[in-house]
Design a protein around this ligand. Structure first.
Ligand SMILES: Cc1cc2nc3c(=O)[nH]c(=O)nc-3n(C[C@H](O)[C@H](O)[C@H](O)COP(=O)(O)OP(=O)(O)OC[C@H]3O[C@@H](n4cnc5c(N)ncnc54)[C@H](O)[C@@H]3O)c2cc1C
Length: 471
């Protein structure tokens, strides 16, 4: 809606320049070109956890390297900011993942999605499961449906599929995505499609098969055909959005220190400044603990609810080797490690196999994930020890020899929100309290999805809410 000539320009602040805040600012500019939008980012650069770096011919993603197209919002945003021709499919030749089993890499059985098999034969043949485990999985269709209010990933998967399938497949495949403690991870919040499947079809065996027939799905594990990356990395999405924002909109090195609600507007104070800045509307797209601290004075109930959302940390060593240093054929996209294997890493990704061209010819780029909610203590180890763990694990699992050509390390401290049991109820309460605040919305990965598409959607919905005069 454009302002009428006599109306003052609407001033809207967005706090947080990760993908959620960027999507919010971009949508505001689309909806209200005449508004004065300011995006405050605490650090020296935009993108939050998203960052792409280049070193010695390697293209290295420091966090996300792809997103799903099943939920369309990120794909749609890429198209709107002119990146349609930059979308990159995953390498069709090797669309599969491995699971570590007794120290060896074994492929996830073909057709096994995150929870259940679309085909039974590959499961019957896999060395990942004993006959007892396979029989228990085949029995899944007879396990009675149960209407739980919410259930942990552990309880749901053990109840429906049996302990062995949980330990050997479900925990590593899903735990790897959420870096979560599976005894606390909410099924309703993290894997709602499987909860819905049990409700609709009575069991997952039938549900997964019917869905697979409908969508003609291929691949295993993460269903790689539904994911895309960007040719120049996720940093190019951040840059493309930033280029579309009006001059002066982005304020880097600008941590917001306090928020106050004045009579009919919002007042923000930047760290180190005494002067307050006034805004007519506000989108808060900072992580939940930061949002909680900022909102304490505005609404302590809201702040207290936000403060209950917990976060996990991870360290990601990224290592580039010559191909002739590696004995494994690398005929997949990477591997996940079950907790029962008692190793020091969560997973490893063959990044330049998944997206060819991300390492120089004759070289390979790996990303190794360490920590998460179940091994958080490892994240604080010194850099050298983290590299040592990664190199030792790659040597044992893939036969990698010698020193890497390139190495990089990133620690993501408290960067991954944990969707614990009851998360959706908590979010509903947060949204309800937030909706009572005038011209205000929250956005970010803490609420209704951690993946990039959900962050984009949360930012865009926040923009639509405040543009419609919401609150
Ligand atoms: C290692 C890793 C791998 C991942 N892999 C994938 C993947 O493959 N696919 C996928 O879809 N998703 C993936 N994700 C998840 C996804 O990348 C994130 O959920 C998403 O990027 C988070 O965006 P955000 O804007 O909500 O938060 P953030 O990126 O955390 O941004 C929040 C921003 O707010 C700023 N801020 C905080 N406080 C203030 C303040 N007071 N004032 C101003 N600014 C402030 C911060 O500096 C930061 O820039 C991954 C995440 C990680 C960590």
């Amino acid at each position: 809606m454009n302002s009428a000539p006599h109306e003052p320009t609407r001033r809207i602040a967005v706090i947080g320049g990760g993908i959620s805040g960027l999507a919010a600012a971009h949508r505001l500019v689309e909806l209200q070109p005449a508004a004065n939008v300011t995006l405050f980012e605490a650090s020296h650069r935009l993108g939050g956890v998203l960052e792409t770096i280049r070193r010695d011919g390697y293209l290295i993603e420091r966090s996300a390297d792809m997103f799903t197209t099943k939920d369309p919002w990120a794909l749609d945003l890429c198209r709107r900011v002119g990146l349609a021709d930059q979308l990159l499919n995953t390498n069709e030749a090797f669309r599969r993942a491995f699971v570590v089993h007794r120290g060896k890499l074994v492929p996830v059985p073909e057709g096994f999605t995150l929870m259940s098999p679309a085909k039974m034969l590959p499961v019957l043949k896999t060395p990942l499961l004993s006959w007892r485990g396979k029989a228990r999985l085949a029995w899944e269709r007879f396990v009675p449906r149960r209407d739980e209010a919410d259930e942990s990933l552990h309880d749901f998967a053990v109840r429906r599929l049996g302990r062995e399938v949980y330990d050997r497949l479900v925990q590593p495949l899903i735990g790897g995505i959420y870096t979560a403690d599976p005894t606390k991870l909410s099924m309703q919040a993290a894997m709602p499609e499987f909860v819905a499947m049990e409700k609709e079809f009575g069991n997952l065996t039938r549900g997964v098969r019917e869905k697979a027939v409908k969508t003609n799905r291929e691949g295993t594990g993460a269903r790689y055909g539904m994911f895309v990356g960007l040719r120049e990395g996720m940093g190019s999405l951040v840059d493309a959005i930033a280029r579309r924002l009006p001059e002066g909109c982005v304020q880097l090195n600008s941590p917001i220190q306090s928020i106050r609600r004045a009579e009919n507007h919002w007042q923000l104070t930047l760290d180190g400044e005494s002067e307050r800045r006034d805004f007519d509307a506000l989108i808060l797209a900072a992580p939940a603990p930061h949002a909680a601290a900022l909102l304490q004075e505005v609404d302590s109930r809201l702040a207290d609810e936000l403060a209950t959302i917990q976060y996990a940390s991870a360290a990601v060593p990224m290592l580039g080797y010559r191909r002739d240093q590696i004995t494994h054929p690398l005929d997949g996209f990477g591997f996940v490690v079950p907790i029962v294997e008692r190793r020091q890493i969560l997973s490893g990704s063959f990044t330049s196999i998944k997206f060819p061209g991300r390492a120089p010819d004759g070289s390979v780029l790996f990303r190794v994930f360490i920590g998460g909610a179940c091994q958080e203590e490892l994240v604080g180890l010194p850099d050298d020890e983290l590299y040592e763990i990664a190199q030792r694990e790659l040597a044992e699992l893939l036969g990698v020899r010698g020193e890497p050509q390139v190495r990089e390390l990133v620690r993501w401290n408290h960067a991954m929100p944990q969707y614990h049991l009851g998360h959706l109820d908590r979010v509903a309460k947060i949204e309800q309290i937030a909706s009572d605040l005038p011209a205000f919305a929250l956005a970010g990965n803490a609420y209704r999805g951690v993946g990039i598409p959900f962050c984009v959607r949360s930012g865009e919905l926040a923009a639509e809410h405040v543009s419609a005069g919401g609150g």
